[in-house]
Design a protein around this ligand. Structure first.
Ligand SMILES: Nc1nc2c(c(=O)[nH]1)N[C@H]1C(S)=C(S)[C@@H](COP(=O)(O)OP(=O)(O)OC[C@H]3O[C@@H](n4cnc5c(=O)[nH]c(N)nc54)[C@H](O)[C@@H]3O)O[C@H]1N2
Ligand SMILES: Nc1nc2c(c(=O)[nH]1)N[C@H]1C(S)=C(S)[C@@H](COP(=O)(O)OP(=O)(O)OC[C@H]3O[C@@H](n4cnc5c(=O)[nH]c(N)nc54)[C@H](O)[C@@H]3O)O[C@H]1N2
Ligand code: SF4
Ligand SMILES: [Mo]
Length: 682
């Protein structure tokens, strides 16, 4: 901490870390004047951002997040219809007593599993994301499985192949790479500093595979503009070129991989011309990309957007063939990445895969997010619903059905949030959460192998409390026994830092701001050990087959959207963090009205011009948006960003009104990017 006295006021700079669900994990400087926050800005010294924060956080952390009129300040009880957002202020004691009475009653009369809770990554700092699970695990409530709204298909698929989906390449290894393959991720929006400082701040060739020509794709050396859902065919076609031209690493395959024999005929049959018909990518580009990647050393990054497809799990298994068959594993400048569990990696000190840590978020009995719409509409299944760190009324599929469930008079709903969100509008009781600026915690980036201290910079506004304190108080109100329910933050932070093998105490990390998990870049799977049943990379997986899946990844592609339908992609927006920030007036100004982008060919067919109001619809609902016409999307595909606040939209719905809860092939996860829609001019 740095402090300076000038003639009139005391200025302090507090180093803290951004805890959003974001690859970047930026360092923040909070500048306080006379004990009050003057501004929240990027820490220029931080290895990730090396300068300002992203556009959205620069606005929101100096806007809604510190604006008392936007924040929830007190516990509140519903005073109107569900969804009408009418509330009256009550005391913490009244709120906790009422919740305790209702939950205890359900526990005694109908069974504790009828208490369901949902949570995700509204904040990702360790205490605020994990501690409440102690409470729910203790009572035995039903958890709505968090990752099934985001990335579970990819996890399950890579667990079959590598025995692990939480150890990826160490980004610092890029200094030895010649090529980076970015597949179905859009760092220009979802990881802006990774895009600028890492991907395009290093001397490497970049290949991007994405249906959308976003900024990261537009800057790439090669952009493979794949048709959504056809990536598995592309992997086979790339491997055809690699096999044909003698670029397979046969030694690596022999010593480390199971399954080449089972797929080699498919590879031989998947010519670039065939690949072109399946994916829409010109054959010569497939040839070029195959050579560049196979020459190596290359690293491959699979985005979370990529696996939000009905056959996203198959795609992930298929992509894994590329590093496995070219030997781009186990050496400097190589590797594959989906997500890094930096806490687990720092505890075990290595990307060795021989020991994978649980991420500590297991909250016991669960059902998937795709089953939530049915579950909260069923009085026999869910009687109480507790929402924390998430906003399902805006973010989840089957938006109309979720709203209907939340409107049930006999459903007791509690929402813990910093803001009066779309979901909070339906609550019986609202509890005000403190934000990351208001308590100490520990953060870890899921890209960079970096830990960061979250340092308290101000008191919470009103009576807001950190998640962990709220659940300690609720445990006390329910008179629960169990030391883990009452453990204090500092004790947990100190103990966790002892477990992390980085030679810093909590106090030292807090003073330093951040630290890498190791001084030198770690090499992924350098020991050649994989925690699969065979100990090898399992392209052919007996375990997958036992679970009713194909033995190997298959080259199948999704059928094109039928008739005059389009395939809708609704990935992240530059100015939103999921639905977070959607209530900030300056952010809303930047967002403008909701848009849908279509290819000029599709626009012509429908007589749609740039700026026209259009209706987007399917069997689950409809919404009106403004058309944009551009060849950044291929024909047959529509693009409309996710996560606007429903209550601020003219039709009181967002794009998730069209999103059905169809499960992916693996992991019961969301297949939101497989949504089919019709589009017409108003
Ligand atoms: N159409 C479409 N929909 C999607 C997706 C898509 O690609 N397309 N993507 C999906 C994905 S990847 C995800 S991860 C989900 C995300 O969806 P959600 O998990 O619902 O994420 P947010 O909408 O940001 O909601 C997080 C909430 O946490 C609150 N919060 C922040 N800090 C704290 C805190 O310290 N304590 C408490 N109690 N609350 C806090 C924020 O105010 C915010 O209201 O959306 C999914 N929805
Ligand atoms: N600004 C901002 N940043 C965010 C978020 C946010 O809401 N806003 N959300 C955060 C969260 S929760 C997450 S999970 C991450 C996600 O971050 P990313 O991993 O980057 O994922 P998305 O932005 O969902 O989608 C990335 C890309 O997947 C592509 N895609 C969709 N279907 C296919 C397909 O079939 N094949 C291929 N090859 N590509 C496909 C989309 O066109 C899109 O460009 O971002 C995080 N960062
Ligand atoms: S959301 Fe991501 S890019 Fe923005 S400040 Fe936070 S960590 Fe950095
Ligand atoms: Mo996500």
């Amino acid at each position: 901490m740095y402090s300076r006295l000038d003639m009139t006021s005391e200025i302090k700079i507090i180093s803290t870390t951004c805890p959003r669900d974001c690859y970047d994990g930026c360092g923040i400087s909070v500048i306080t004047r006379d004990g009050k926050i003057a501004t929240v800005t990027g820490n220029k010294e931080h290895p990730s951002n090396r300068g300002p924060l992203c556009a959205k956080c620069s606005i929101a952390y100096n806007g809604a997040w510190r604006n008392e009129s936007a924040r929830l300040l007190h516990p509140m009880r519903r005073a109107g219809e569900k969804g009408a957002a009418e509330f009256e202020k009550i005391s913490w004691q009244e709120a906790l007593d009422e919740i305790a009475t209702r939950l205890t009653d359900i526990q005694r009369t109908t069974g504790v599993e009828k208490i369901a809770h949902t949570h995700y990554t509204g904040t990702c700092s360790m205490l605020a994301i994990e501690y409440p699970c102690r409470f729910f695990e203790h009572i035995g409530a039903t958890e709505i499985e968090p990752d099934t709204i985001c990335n579970n298909a990819g996890h399950v698929a890579w667990n079959y192949v590598f025995g692990n989906s939480l150890n990826g390449f160490d980004p610092r290894t890029i200094r030895d790479s010649k090529c980076v393959l970015v597949w179905g991720a859009n760092p220009s929006v979802t990881a802006p500093h990774v895009h600028r400082n890492w991907l395009y701040g290093n001397d490497v060739k970049v290949i991007v595979v994405d249906p959308v020509k976003h900024e990261t794709a537009a800057k790439a050396d090669i952009h493979l503009q794949v048709r959504p859902g056809s990536d598995a065919a592309l992997t086979y076609s790339l491997l055809h070129v690699i096999q044909r031209d003698g670029m397979l690493d046969e030694d690596f395959i022999k010593n480390n991989v199971i399954g080449y024999e089972e797929v080699k005929t498919w590879i031989a049959e998947s010519s670039p011309d065939w690949g072109a018909t399946q994916t829409g990518i010109p054959a010569d580009l497939i040839e070029k990309a195959a050579h560049l990647y196979a020459q190596g050393p290359s690293i491959m990054w699979l985005g979370q957007g990529l696996q939000r497809q009905a056959r996203g799990g198959n795609v992930f298994r298929a992509c894994a063939m590329l590093p496995a068959f070219t030997g781009n594993i186990g050496k400097a400048g190589t590797g594959a990445y989906y997500l890094n569990d930096t806490f687990g990696i720092a505890r075990n000190k290595g990307l060795s895969n021989s020991h994978v840590e649980d991420d500590g978020e297991d909250c016991g009995h669960s059902i998937g997010q795709m089953d939530l719409p049915d579950a909260i509409n069923d009085p026999d299944q869910v009687k109480a619903f507790i929402v924390w760190n998430s906003n399902p009324a805006a973010s989840n599929p089957a938006q109309e059905k979720i709203a209907r469930g939340l409107s049930r008079e006999d459903l007791f709903t509690v929402v813990v949030d910093c803001f009066l969100t779309d979901t909070a509008s339906y609550a019986d009781i609202i509890l005000p959460a403190a934000s990351f600026l208001e308590f100490d915690d520990l953060c870890a980036s899921y890209f960079h192998l970096m830990l960061g201290a979250q340092v308290k910079a101000m008191e919470p506004p009103g009576e807001a409390l950190p998640n962990q304190e709220i659940f300690r108080r609720l445990a006390a109100a329910m008179k629960l026994d169990g030391g883990e329910l009452y453990e204090q933050d500092e004790d947990i932070l100190r103990r966790e830092m002892e477990k992390l093998d980085i030679g810093l105490s909590w106090e030292e990390l807090r003073a330093a701001g951040w630290a890498f998990a190791s001084t030198e870049p770690m090499i992924l799977w350098a020991d050649g050990k994989y925690s699969t049943p065979s100990g090898k990379i399992e392209i052919a997986s007996a375990q997958a087959q036992k679970n009713g899946l194909p033995l190997t990844p298959t080259p199948d592609v999704d059928a094109p959207a039928p008739g005059n339908h389009l395939r809708l992609l609704s990935p992240a927006d530059k100015y939103l963090m999921n639905s977070s920030y959607g209530n900030d007036p300056k952010i809303r100004q930047k967002l403008g009205p909701a848009t849908v982008t279509i290819n000029p060919e599709d626009a012509k067919l429908r007589d749609i011009a740039e700026g026209d109001p259009v209706i987007m619809s399917n069997e689950t609902g409809e919404l009106t948006l403004t058309a944009k016409v551009s060849d950044i999307v291929p024909a047959g595909t529509a693009l409309s960003a996710k996560s606007r606040w429903v209550m601020h939209e003219p039709g009181k719905v967002n794009v998730n009104i069209l999103h059905t809860p169809r499960k992916t092939d693996m992991g019961e996860s969301t297949s939101v990017h497989g949504t089919k829609i019709m589009l017409q001019k108003v």
